[in-house]
Design a protein around this ligand. Sequence first.
Ligand SMILES: CC(C)(COP(=O)(O)OP(=O)(O)OC[C@H]1O[C@@H](n2cnc3c(N)ncnc32)[C@H](O)[C@@H]1OP(=O)(O)O)[C@@H](O)C(=O)NCCC(=O)NCCS
Length: 196
Amino acid sequence: MKSQKKQNKFHFKPPRGEAISGEKVKLRDKKLSDVRNDFKWQSDPELARLDAAPVLIISFALFLLDYATELHGPRHDRYPLAVETVDGIHIGNCSCYDVDETKGEAQLGIMIGEREFWDKGYGADTVNTMVDHLFSTTGLQRLYLKTLDWNLRAQRCFQKCGFVPFGNLKRNSYTFVLMEMKRGQWEKIHNSEKSS
Ligand SMILES: CC(C)(COP(=O)(O)OP(=O)(O)OC[C@H]1O[C@@H](n2cnc3c(N)ncnc32)[C@H](O)[C@@H]1OP(=O)(O)O)[C@@H](O)C(=O)NCCC(=O)NCCS
């Protein structure tokens, strides 16, 4: 009964002061010293284009002010974490958002900002680590994500993790591919990994 109660309480945070560990990455709470990288990545036109996001045009001083404010009063509808290599290099960010505990679902987001870490499995390990953590510590039944229809790297990365396409979303001039993983699918992958 007690463990059932724990399963139903939503959280996406590492245990106090620790990180959620994968094979190649660690996911940890955001900290003020991440601000330089986040400013650099959000000001990068190619990253913005890949993410269908606007390029940041505010000054670093203003960005820092907003950043510090958000760190001190985090939002309760978005759970961002930093992605680090096991050696402690901050290479990107990931997040869980649009959490709907009634429907038992949430959306995931990921961005590896450091180009030299693309196509080396860091994205897939980040997604796998998020998925394992969420399905093993919450009662969520379904995780989904979206990416631009021409972002084949992202789609391949999510497909490797077991996500399957379930539709398209048109927003403004963009078309996104929607992909999902249900708890049952994760259990199958998880159980086959344990038995191999
Ligand atoms: C998308 C992203 C998260 C993927 O992370 P990653 O660490 O590069 O991904 P992985 O190495 O785990 O997997 C990438 C796969 O795509 C493949 N790939 C790369 N370019 C490709 C292309 N043009 N077409 C098809 N497959 C491609 C890689 O070969 C690899 O597959 P493999 O392991 O079977 O060889 C990361 O590259 C990223 O954040 N990019 C910049 C921002 C971005 O795209 N944002 C949108 C995210 S929704």
